[in-house]
Design a protein around this ligand. Structure first.
Ligand SMILES: O=C(O)C(=O)C[C@H](O)[C@H](O)CO
Ligand SMILES: [Mg+2]
Length: 393
């Protein structure tokens, strides 16, 4: 089946997401010569316009190609692009087209893609909640919302307790962070997993101080404690702390992932299928991680197509730790877009059996949500922050 059309589609709605960047989805609709349709998803962050345009450019290398030749098609773009491994836009564009290609493969063969990826290692996927703590500032705010998360049956939750601190953290910031984490731990008890999100924003010295203060609360992992590019900082952090480190949402190629694994910079890798190179590359990263006793916790923070494909891959891999999930904190339109196809029940998601990535897209709602690619507003609170938490008390 030859790829005939690739269409980037920006979706948004008046109902906003838990973070500014979560209010927009960038879908990719791939149509083949015999009318088969598949959907992928690209990452918005602050690049809605440039990602939209990158998809249009990358598409030029895919039109006319056989949709099932996912390896060959990815490598053709790698050959053409010259900067693929250095360009976020190009990496997320090719990832989205790859996901849509796998969606078509599954639909054409009448099977969910987990069946071609090795079959189910698990019938349901353990997930943790993110996005739940918007408007939380005081320890009580965090504790009250954390209780609600656990009441919904979640076995784990992630949050960023650092307010508006960036690069450096002082004693006041350390105290505020500890009071928030302590309040959440006391609210949820010892058996619920808590994960500490740093958003890759501290230098090594501050991150090390944070680890020494927070490790007593037994975090499942410390996510992105140090700036992503600060390799020496990560090495210093690893040699100065005993906490479990998770990172990976910013990885945009197989070789970049290999570098972080080879240098033992992470215990848990969090590749994002919508920017690492789609299903085709993500599955290779997972194998590299498995060979090095590194566990996987896919980053999964954007839309319902990303969520669906992340569940399919999480069902298959032996080294899954836990899957990130915003499902209950998505704006309703994101759930409705795939007919609420992946609900969280008692902290798990059942693996969908529908062909392809496992969900059907509500084409009518898709038409209603279509928007022009426009720049996201930039304010004092960065777009990647869960809303109204960039504050102290
Ligand atoms: O989901 C994660 O791990 C992220 O770092 C992304 C942000 O936390 C999430 O989109 C909320 O802003
Ligand atoms: Mg993160």
């Amino acid at each position: 089946m030859k790829i005939q059309e690739i269409e980037p589609i920006v979706l948004t709605s008046k109902e906003k997401g838990g973070a500014t960047w979560a209010s927009t989805m960038i879908l990719v609709k791939v149509t083949t010569s015999n009318g088969a349709v598949g959907y992928g998803e690209a990452v918005p962050t602050l690049r809605v316009i440039s990602v939209y345009n990158a998809i249009k450019q990358v598409s030029k290398a895919f039109i006319g190609k056989e949709v099932e030749e996912v390896e060959k098609n990815y490598h053709e773009w790698y050959k053409q692009d010259f900067y693929l491994a250095r360009s976020f836009e190009s990496a997320t564009a090719v990832s989205a087209i790859d996901i849509a290609s796998w969606d078509i493969l599954g639909k054409e063969l009448g099977s969910p893609i987990y069946k071609f990826l090795g079959g189910k290692f698990r019938d349901k996927v353990l997930v943790y909640a993110n996005g739940w703590y918007s408007d939380c500032v005081t320890p009580e705010d965090f504790a009250n919302k954390a209780k609600d998360v656990v009441k919904r049956g979640y076995k784990g939750l992630k949050f960023d307790p650092f307010g508006q601190y960036y690069d450096w953290i002082d004693e006041k910031g350390l105290r505020e962070a500890e009071e928030r984490v302590k309040a959440v731990r006391e609210a949820v008890g010892d058996e619920v997993y808590i994960m500490i999100e740093h958003h890759g924003r501290f230098n090594a010295n501050s991150a090390i101080k944070i680890a020494h203060v927070l490790e007593k609360y037994n975090p499942l992992f410390m996510e992105e404690p140090v700036h992503h590019e600060d390799i020496e900082g990560y090495k210093k952090y690893r040699s100065s702390t005993k906490v479990t480190v998770a990172l990976g949402e910013r990885l945009i190629s197989l070789k970049e992932a290999m570098f972080y694994i080879d240098n033992r910079l992470a215990d848990v890798l969090q590749p994002d299928i919508t920017n690492i190179g789609g299903v085709t590359i993500a599955r290779k990263v997972v194998t590299l991680a498995e060979a090095n006793d590194v566990e996987i916790a896919f980053h999964n923070a954007f839309g319902s197509i990303q969520n669906a494909v992340s569940i399919q891959l999480s069902a298959v891999i032996p080294n899954l730790l836990i899957l990130e999930n915003f499902y209950d904190w998505f704006p309703q339109w994101k759930r409705d877009l795939v007919y609420n196809g992946t609900p969280v029940e008692d902290g798990y998601v059942k693996v969908p059996e529908k062909p392809g990535i496992g969900v059907d897209v509500n084409e009518k709602l898709l038409e209603e949500l279509k928007a022009e690619p426009i720049p996201l507003e930039v304010g004092e609170e960065p777009v990647w922050v869960v809303k109204n938490t960039w504050r102290g008390y």
